[in-house]
Design a protein around this ligand. Structure first.
Ligand SMILES: Cc1cc2nc3c(=O)[nH]c(=O)nc-3n(C[C@H](O)[C@H](O)[C@H](O)COP(=O)(O)OP(=O)(O)OC[C@H]3O[C@@H](n4cnc5c(N)ncnc54)[C@H](O)[C@@H]3O)c2cc1C
Length: 177
């Protein structure tokens, strides 16, 4: 909603769930603004100010949350890594970690793209499969689920969580000579 990198800027992030992605809005910036304003109309707290800033911003970014899942990550002399191969989305997090792990293993297996993929694909997929966990936390589907989510957030005493998800450390990095 404002210039990235300036010291006095504030960035807003408004997200909402729909059964289907709003495909018609993707090519129409005004339709994007109208849709977000419609979804958040009547909400309290600072939301009206956020929506107003969104309507006036000249750098609005609007997209559907999605993952990249490819049947294979290489062809001939070309290999993909990071988001291009397996973006996990913010519903799982870990995008930077997966990209770094992939880059490290790809660099070590540069002569064998198949080995690179075999090493990290199970780790990548285990993390991508956390998408429903993140979805349930960020977009509770019922009033009860929303109340439970908010109660859990309020009772959190440590940040980050004391017990990491096992999927986050499910890969031991290989040593390359
Ligand atoms: C708002 C937001 C918040 C995020 N928060 C987190 C977080 O908290 N934790 C986390 O782990 N992940 C987070 N992520 C995800 C994380 O940023 C990505 O998963 C990670 O950056 C992927 O790294 P990458 O190197 O694959 O791709 P990128 O970081 O996207 O790098 C790709 C680079 O390629 C360049 N490029 C593109 N096309 C070309 C071209 N034709 N020629 C030359 N260069 C090109 C781009 O300019 C870019 O610099 C977040 C992402 C977003 C958008």
């Amino acid at each position: 909603m404002s210039t990235v990198g300036s010291n006095d800027s504030t960035h807003g992030f408004l997200s909402f769930a729909r059964a289907e992605a709003p495909f018609r809005a993707f090519r129409d910036p005004q339709a994007q603004r109208d849709l977000v304003a419609e979804v958040f109309a009547g909400d309290g707290w600072e939301v009206p100010g956020l929506v107003k800033a969104m309507q006036e911003a000249d750098d609005l970014f609007f997209d559907a949350v999605s993952q990249i899942r490819m049947p294979r990550w290489s062809s001939g002399r070309v290999a993909l890594t990071g988001d291009a191969a397996h973006a996990p989305s913010f519903l799982t997090g870990q995008g930077s970690s997966l990209a770094l792990v992939g880059a490290y293993v790809l660099a070590g297996d540069m002569s064998d793209f198949g080995a690179y993929e075999r090493t990290i694909r199970p780790f990548v997929e285990a993390n991508q499969n956390l998408v429903d966990v993140g979805d349930a936390e960020l977009f509770p589907g019922t009033a009860e689920a929303l109340a439970a989510r908010n109660a859990a957030l309020r009772s959190r005493e440590t940040m980050p969580a004391e017990t990491a998800r096992p999927e986050h450390s499910a890969l031991t990095l290989p040593e390359f000579s």
